[in-house]
Design a protein around this ligand. Structure first.
Ligand SMILES: [Zn+2]
Length: 166
């Protein structure tokens, strides 16, 4: 509880807002009769320093967190492999042999019916001199909704929370 000083007697227990001859003043219960009661003094629960520290720590952590990426095959890897293989006048059988995979597997890779393992892809990349793996930013689920049970406190919703209480 924040102690509000009564502007009429100086007591630190003002609970009312009075209209005293046209001006708004805070007043304790004893000074009530000096004016007309407008409303109660709004009591706002102060945010404890420990809570603020926690929120700031969580905020800083979120800000400093490096962007997470994952590696994925390019969309049209099959077409690229097939085109470059053919440009080098390599038969599927020969290329498959160099890659140490079955011809049927290479065929499936080229038609994108089969997604090759990354170590196979790396060998293809090296042989064809082209990148087939790209980095993609991992989308993280946002947890900003203060109304949900598992919500993390953020600076933003702490302000929202405070505003709501005021
Ligand atoms: Zn008073």
């Amino acid at each position: 509880m924040i102690l509000v000083v009564c502007e009429l007697c100086g007591a630190k227990n003002a609970t009312l807002k009075l209209n005293v001859e046209g001006s708004v003043m805070t007043a304790c219960h004893n000074c009530k009769s000096f004016g007309k009661v407008i409303s109660k003094v709004e009591q706002t629960k102060p945010v404890r320093p420990r809570e603020i520290k926690k929120v700031i720590e969580a905020h800083n952590q979120a800000v400093e967190q490096p962007v997470e990426t994952e590696e994925v095959l390019v969309d049209d890897y099959g077409k690229i492999i097939k085109t470059l293989r053919e440009q080098r006048k390599m038969k599927q059988e020969d290329f498959a042999k160099k890659l140490r995979i079955k011809t049927s597997m290479l065929s499936n890779i080229e038609t994108q019916q089969f997604e090759p393992k990354f170590d196979t892809v790396r060998r293809i990349e090296k042989m064809l001199g082209i990148k087939l793996i790209k980095k993609r930013i991992v989308e993280k689920q946002k947890i900003n909704d203060f109304n949900t049970e598992n919500a993390e406190p953020t600076i933003g919703n702490m302000i929202k929370f405070k505003t709501r209480k005021n």
